[in-house]
Design a protein around this ligand. Structure first.
Ligand SMILES: [Zn+2]
Length: 290
C-alpha cells in the first residue's frame, strides 16, 4: 500500500475518448470523522461512503462553495448528510432512530437523494432531487446522474474501519470516436473486487483494470476533515429560539448545551452567557429588522 495516497483525491482522463474519473482515499479524514461520533456499524459505513462520494462529486465541479450530498427518508434512518467544500474539507452526519435494525438500513418508502451546491454569495444555490433508487448509496448517486445530468456515471465505494475509497467514472458530453468505450470501461470495473478497490493505490488500480487504455493521471489534491461550527453560529441559532424558550431551558437545566451534530463538540452557555446573547440580539435603534 502506498501510504502517501491517504487523504488524496486524484483526477484522471482517458486520452482516446470523453470519459473522465476521480479517485479518493480517506484515512485520517475518516478516522477523525469516526472518532467524533458513536454510530452503529451500518450508519458508520454509510457516513464513510457519503464522505468519499461528496469529495468525488465536488472535485468534478468548477465551483467555489459547498456541496451537500443528502439522503432523506421516513424509515428508521431519516437523514444522511455529507458536506464538502471546494478546498475538499469534509464533514458528515446522520439522524436515525435509536432502535435502528443492526444490519438492514431503511430510508422507508419515500426516500430521496438531494444534491445541492451552495455558493459563497447569498442566494447562490442549485439543487437537484431524485427519488431514492438502486441497492446502495453508489447506485442512488448513479441514478441521480442518469436522471439529472442525462449522462451516465459509475461510482464504486468501499470502506472499513481504517479507510474509505471511492472511484467515479463519468461519460462527458460530446461524440466519442470509440462508441464502445463506456460499456467496455464498465465491464472492466465489474472485475474489480471491493477488497482490491480498498487496497490498491490509484496507479495500480488504473494499470490493472484499464491495462489497454491510455490514461492521464493528474497530481493529487489533499482532502481533510473540517467542521465549520463555531460558538458564534450556535449563539445565532439560540437567539432564534427566543428568550422565553431559552429561559425555560435555563430553569430546567441550569444552562444551555448545544452539541454539534457533525463533530460532536459541545458549546455551553450559562445564565450570564444567555443574557449576553439576548442583549446582543437587541435590534439597533434605527429599528431595522430582518
Ligand atoms: Zn462541529
Amino acid at each position: 500500500m502506498n501510504s502517501s495516497d491517504g487523504d488524496r483525491l486524484y483526477r484522471f482522463l482517458f486520452e482516446d475518448f470523453p470519459i473522465r474519473g476521480q479517485w479518493v482515499r480517506l484515512e485520517a479524514t475518516w478516522e477523525e470523522a469516526q472518532s467524533r461520533r458513536t454510530d452503529p456499524a451500518p450508519v458508520r459505513r454509510l457516513l464513510g461512503e457519503s464522505m468519499a462520494a461528496a469529495a468525488l462529486l465536488t472535485a468534478g465541479i468548477k465551483f467555489e462553495g459547498r456541496l451537500n450530498l443528502q439522503v432523506e427518508g421516513d424509515g428508521p434512518l431519516r437523514l444522511l448528510l455529507a458536506q464538502c467544500d471546494h478546498h475538499l474539507h469534509l464533514r458528515a452526519t446522520a439522524r436515525y432512530d435509536q432502535d435502528l435494525p443492526a444490519e438492514q438500513l431503511d430510508f422507508g418508502d419515500n426516500g430521496r437523494l438531494l444534491l445541492a451546491l451552495e455558493g459563497q454569495k447569498p442566494g447562490e444555490r442549485y439543487q437537484g432531487v431524485v427519488p431514492l433508487a438502486g441497492d446502495d448509496l453508489a447506485g442512488a448517486i448513479e441514478h441521480y446522474f442518469t436522471q439529472s445530468e442525462q449522462l451516465p456515471a459509475r461510482l464504486l465505494l468501499a470502506g472499513d474501519a481504517h479507510a474509505v475509497v471511492g472511484l467515479l467514472l463519468q461519460r462527458m458530453p460530446g461524440d466519442s470516436p470509440d462508441e464502445d468505450a463506456w460499456n467496455r470501461c464498465n465491464h472492466l470495473l465489474d472485475t474489480l473486487s471491493s477488497a482490491e478497490l480498498l487496497q490498491w493505490p490509484v496507479e495500480t488500480l488504473l494499470r490493472r483494470v484499464f491495462a489497454e487504455e491510455t490514461i492521464r493521471l493528474f497530481d493529487p489534491t489533499p482532502v481533510s476533515f473540517r467542521c465549520r461550527c463555531s460558538r458564534e453560529g450556535v449563539a445565532t441559532m439560540l437567539r432564534q429560539l427566543g428568550e422565553a424558550e431559552l429561559q425555560d431551558i435555563l430553569r430546567e437545566q441550569g444552562g444551555v448545551t448545544v452539541t454539534c451534530e457533525f463533530c460532536g463538540r459541545d458549546y455551553g452557555f450559562d445564565a450570564v452567557d444567555v443574557g449576553q446573547l439576548l442583549v446582543d440580539a437587541t435590534p439597533p435603534s434605527s429599528g431595522l429588522t430582518h
